[in-house]
Write a protein that binds this ligand. Structure first.
Ligand code: PHB
Length: 392
């Protein structure tokens, strides 16, 4: 190659390089479980993102939005950190989103300020995550938020003695504490509290302890996925349900994608949660149509899709406010106090905590005329902030 050709090639590479980094494409990196036992939860992230982009377009103020997905199959903080770093440094994303498990969110937030990158959490539900960085915003829920209204519900159902069973990590410990506080304030008593390792899948010793405790009901939290399905099945199969013991939980335990497999075993179960696929509103009808198309099989739709859909709404508002330029502080400031009508109902981003304020609904697993099961909303607790953050 002669000198001119060499110079030409170098210049070409430079132009190509600057073209790739042109300000008119804003990249968003989404981390979630897209393979492995929790793949359905990641699939719901993707369905929510695709539904949002199908309904709202793929450009914001002339900037093309490009989404890059990265697979994190199970809670793995070291891998979460590596993926986030790679997305920021190599892929040059301006925004991070997704994150199913709390330990992964905790591993990513310390990187945000140096990376000048906001993180919009689509799921991870431990209250304290919001304290770890000013650049994190959350569009899902916290377990303190979803379980607090349940305390009074259990009392209203004539139950005074409960045994608490939770996964032994952030959202489980938050759920245990928030439920106990609300239940005891309403006059109930938590007679025993069990914390299970996160990967427990043999629940028979737990069910034996429940039996021995003399409690009238179980309060339980586990992260939604194969674990929750296994837990509710074990509760029914060990005869606890037949013996009259009740099971109360946040909606993680009755996500819609599990209802066909649970069938009659879950019928009548009461849960509190921020989103039911059956929520009756025009916004949800539009959402469910678009998300069903994105996911392929509508029976697979459940709550992570709405966290992702609203998460994209927040990211679009951030891109709008910064006109596509990378300015994480400005982007986050722009969504403080933002309110809109989500498929789940009215929501807003709390200006102080950056966590979502939303309705929490009491739902009953109900069999419909066509033989399918839904989480039927029967009561609304309006505009709930995160009591877990307020308490800290
Ligand atoms: C979490 O790890 O924060 C988490 C995961 C799944 C849930 C709820 C919370 O259903």
């Amino acid at each position: 190659m002669n000198v001119r050709k060499l110079l030409g090639a170098a210049l070409g590479a430079l132009l190509l390089g600057s073209g790739a980094a042109a300000a008119d494409t804003v990249k968003v990196g989404i981390i979630g479980p897209f393979s492995g036992p929790f793949a359905l939860q990641g699939k719901n992230f993707q369905a929510g993102v695709e539904a949002y982009m199908a309904l709202n377009g793929k450009t914001v103020k002339g900037n093309d939005v490009e989404v890059i997905y990265r697979d994190l199959p199970a809670a793995n903080p070291a891998q979460a950190r590596a993926l986030a770093q790679e997305l920021v440094v190599k892929d040059k994303v301006q925004y991070l989103g997704g994150v199913y498990f709390t330990p992964d969110a905790m591993a990513i937030t310390p990187l945000l300020e140096q990376a000048n990158t906001p993180l919009v959490i689509f799921n991870a539900a431990t209250s304290a995550i919001m304290k770890t960085s000013p650049l994190v915003v959350r569009t899902s829920f916290t377990t303190a938020q979803t379980t607090t209204p349940l305390g009074k519900v259990v009392i209203d159902n004539g139950v005074k003695k409960v045994i608490s069973v939770v996964s032994d990590y952030g959202p489980g410990i938050d759920a245990e504490g928030a439920f106990k506080k609300a239940f005891e304030a309403a006059g109930g008593q938590v007679v025993d509290a069990i914390r299970m390792p996160m990967n427990t899948n043999d629940f028979s010793p737990i069910m034996q302890r429940v039996k021995d405790s003399g409690a009238e009901a179980v309060f339980a939290f586990l992260p939604s996925g194969p674990t929750t399905l296994g837990f509710v099945k074990a509760f029914n199969e060990t005869g606890l349900k037949k013996a009259g013991t009740k099971l109360f939980a946040p909606g993680d335990l009755t996500q819609e994608s599990d209802l066909p497999a649970l069938g009659d075993a879950a019928a009548g179960m009461l849960t509190t949660f921020h989103y039911a696929v059956s929520h009756d509103s025009p916004e949800n009808k539009t959402f469910v149509e678009a998300a069903s198309k994105a996911i392929g099989n509508p029976a697979e739709l459940s709550f992570p899709s709405v966290g992702a859909f609203d998460g994209m709404h927040v990211i679009y508002k951030m891109i709008e406010a910064t006109e596509g330029k990378q300015d994480a502080a400005k982007a986050v400031d722009a969504v403080k106090g933002l309110s809109w009508t989500s498929p789940r109902g009215p929501v807003s981003i709390d200006a102080d905590t950056r966590h979502i304020t939303e309705n929490i609904y009491l739902r009953e697993v109900t069999k419909q005329a066509d033989g399918t099961y839904i989480n039927k909303e029967i009561q609304t607790f309006e505009n709930q902030k995160d009591p877990g953050l307020a308490a800290k």
